[in-house]
Design a protein around this ligand. Structure first.
Ligand code: ARG
Length: 455
């Protein structure tokens, strides 16, 4: 492609380090879409003839078939997907193929293809997030009142419900969806026509190519168009945040399925056995969601690091932008699918969860609140009195509600029997009616809101 200036071809190592065809062939559909939009525009403004455009269109059709059917002769000496397709086009249709690259460079071409690819991936992931949201909401709907312990520091904190817990992930994932949508809006400008870096003297119509590729308009600065990859960074950061949410849920699945907790059980289809320990039922899918999050987060840091020292505009470093993005998109897609499957599959053990909800003096806050409400005690004093009651219960090996009224009165004589009304986990959960709180009535209302939103 640059033989005019060169007497010798590249060395073997030059070819090897330079070639991206091994991975950027993933963008073949986007490359063809971009080329057809460009050719259509070139013909429209009279830079190439209608016959040339027709020949290009026809040539691209056969090339698309070849690639789809695995018959395309990918050639590593042709570096990347752009040169592979262009060379094949010229092989098939001659002169017209050679005119396609008028007013275009691989710099704006790759920036366009990559945006199209990321946009497609983003749309697919957004649909998967919606599916995951539906899964979480349906479990929440079934379990608005199913008691479980709420933890801080993984220590029993206050009773909550499985429904409320599921809706916590629903909130997180819906913000993830928002991040993807925001990223899409910002990335939806077309770099095609920025050419190498400064634009072109040909009377191209960038608004036309942008529109025909489904962009909101052309990018507004040619240097920025070929130099920038923040659309990919934003995509990766949305991927990383979303994966991090899934990873936290995966960690909870690992904890909850451990017999020491025994909160939920996953079916045979989503666990694996051991080749030596016959009793095993390992939550590998959850562990892999947690593990793949490391790769996805790595892809974000990888590309940030590639970009951070590059003077404008294009530099070959930027060819390193793709593999991390491809890998992150595929990994996140797997993680979302596995998460939705686990959510739909998990069988909660209601009795164990309810028992755990009341363990560890989880209603101590309710006792302190009762002292504030009924005895008008300042909260700090109530906290101290409750602490002493908990210490006494612990000493005697009982729950707070296992103490007698007299035993409590030894610490605070004004306590009355009505205190027992607030000490059960169910009463505790039901009392938390503040907006966004755990109360089943609140969770039921939120479930309804989500169901309407997701319908
Ligand atoms: N394969 C290259 C990439 O992925 C395409 C752009 C090449 N541009 C250049 N000036 N060498 O970035």
């Amino acid at each position: 492609m640059w033989g005019g200036r060169y007497a010798e071809g590249p060395s073997a190592i030059m070819r090897e380090i330079n070639a991206s065809i091994g991975f950027d062939r993933k963008m073949w559909q986007q490359d063809i879409r971009g080329s057809l939009a460009h050719a259509g525009m070139l013909a429209h403004v009279g830079i190439i003839s209608a016959d040339d455009e027709a020949a290009i269109r026809q040539g691209m059709e056969t090339i698309a078939k070849e690639i789809a059917e695995g018959r395309f002769p990918f050639d590593e000496t042709l570096e990347d997907i752009h040169l592979n397709i262009e060379a094949r086009l010229t092989e098939r249709i001659g002169e017209a193929g050679k005119r396609l690259h008028t007013g275009r460079s691989r710099n704006d071409q790759v920036a366009t293809d990559f945006r199209l690819w990321v946009r497609d991936a983003l749309d697919g992931l957004a649909a998967q997030i919606e599916d995951c949201l539906r899964a979480f909401v349906s479990v929440a709907a079934e379990h608005t009142g199913t008691l479980m312990p709420g933890f801080t520091h993984l220590q029993p904190a206050q009773p909550t419900t499985l429904g409320h817990h599921m809706l916590a992930y629903t909130e997180m994932l819906s913000r993830d969806l928002g991040r993807f949508r925001d990223a899409r809006t910002r990335m939806n400008e077309c770099p095609l026509g920025a050419a190498a870096l400064c634009g072109t003297g040909f009377p191209i119509d960038r608004h036309m190519t942008a529109a025909s590729l489904g962009f909101d308009g052309p990018t507004r600065n040619s240097l920025d168009s070929v130099a920038s990859r923040d659309f990919a960074l934003e995509f990766l950061s949305a991927c990383a945040i979303c994966a991090t949410h899934l990873s936290r849920f995966a960690e909870e699945i690992v904890i909850w399925t451990s017999p020491a907790f025994g909160f939920i059980r996953l079916g045979d289809g989503l666990t694996t056995g051991s080749s030596i320990m016959p009793q095993k039922r390992n939550p590998d899918a959850a562990e892999l969601v947690r593990g793949k999050t490391g790769r996805i987060n790595g892809a974000l840091i990888g590309l940030l690091t590639v970009m951070k020292g590059l003077a404008l505009t294009y530099a070959k470093d930027m060819q390193e932008d793709k593999e991390g993005v491809f890998d992150a998109a595929q990994s996140l897609s797997l993680c979302l699918a596995a998460t939705a499957a686990m959510v739909r599959d998990m069988k909660p053990d209601l009795a164990r969860m309810a028992a755990a909800a009341g363990a560890g003096f989880s209603t101590a806050t309710d006792l302190a609140d009762w002292l504030v409400r009924e005895l008008k005690m300042p909260f700090r004093d109530a906290h101290h009195v409750t602490g002493r009651i908990v210490a006494k219960a612990e000493q005697m090996g009982v729950d707070i509600s296992g103490l007698t009224l007299v035993e409590m009165q030894e610490i605070e004589p004004r306590i009355t029997t009505s205190v027992f009304g607030v000490l059960s986990p169910a009463a505790s959960a039901a009392s938390r009616t503040s907006f966004g709180g755990t109360a089943p009535s609140n969770v039921a209302r939120m479930v309804k809101e989500w169901q309407e939103k997701l319908a």
